[in-house]
Design a protein around this ligand. Structure first.
Ligand SMILES: [Fe+2]
Ligand SMILES: [Fe+2]
Length: 275
């Protein structure tokens, strides 16, 4: 093969014959990036799925095969920038995460919830909490998302905002007729009509109901919009002013300020790092 032919070879062509059958059969070839022209070098990069993503799935049986793949020549684990993702700036802001990391559907959900809260004339703390309430689903983990999300933002927002984000997860399951909040129809679709939240969530919701900030978190659940018109585009810029007043953006950038949660933001900057 001449050098020019080599250069023309499709950059992201998958070469399944090079993979062991166990990986192909398990669908794990999706975790292997073939050499890309836009990568820093031409080595193949393997993404090891996080334990939390594969535990309890057929993919968990094949982590050894992925480890073995990494020992092949010109093959390394993904570390640092994944060329499939937009590169983050050196000092990332909240806006950068919204625009460069969060999926369209998660971003839209957060922005629409915040817009509805603003249209309802609610306080800025509530609007900010709505804007951030599912940030963990958008960028990190869905299970226990209220708790992960609250921790991620706690150093940068008022304590009441972080609290309301944490508690919205439990309060979502429990109606409050006094403010017209019903069990979400979406949850009947998601979990089935027979789903009952576990005891720890029931206890969390009961305790939250006695708390002085209860209504802040309840308002997050009331403005937690699932049915939205995908043609309606809400720009992050609509909330620059609210974010400016309610989110203490660290000068060094989220992920690099040495805060106790910086690692969570770094995980979203480089979500495919092996370690
Ligand atoms: Fe949520
Ligand atoms: Fe939500």
């Amino acid at each position: 093969m001449t050098e020019s032919t080599e250069a023309r070879r499709p950059a992201n062509r998958v070469l399944p014959h090079e993979l062991p059958a166990s990986l192909r059969d398990a669908g794990l070839d999706n975790w292997i990036r073939e050499p890309l022209d836009d990568a820093v070098d031409r080595r193949r990069r393997i993404i090891m799925p996080p334990a939390a993503a594969v535990m309890g799935t057929p993919a968990s049986a094949h982590q050894g095969a992925l480890l073995a793949e990494a020992r092949h020549p010109d093959t390394v684990f993904m570390m640092g920038d994944n060329p499939a993702l937009p590169t983050m700036p050196p000092c990332p802001t909240l806006k950068d995460f919204f625009q460069l990391r969060f999926s369209k559907i998660a971003r839209t959900h957060l922005l629409q919830s915040a817009r509805v809260a603003r249209e309802h004339g609610l306080a800025e703390k509530v609007i900010m909490a709505c804007l951030l309430h599912d940030i963990a689903i958008a960028g990190l983990l869905s299970a226990n998302h209220g708790y992960w999300g609250a921790q991620m933002v706690a150093p940068y927002v008022d304590e009441e905002i972080a609290w309301s984000i944490e508690k919205h997860e439990a309060l979502r399951y429990f109606p409050d007729e006094s403010v017209g909040y019903r069990y979400p129809d979406a949850y009947i679709d998601y979990f089935g009509p027979d789903y009952r939240p576990p005891g720890y969530l029931r206890r969390e919701a009961e305790a939250a109901r006695q708390h002085r900030w209860y209504m802040t978190s309840r308002l997050v659940t009331i403005n937690d919009i699932y049915s939205f018109d995908p043609s309606v585009v809400v720009s992050y810029d609509e909330f620059e002013d609210v974010v400016g007043r309610n989110f203490r953006q660290p000068r060094e950038g989220l992920g690099f300020d040495g805060s106790p949660v910086a690692h969570m933001w770094r995980t979203m900057i480089w979500p495919n790092n092996f370690l």
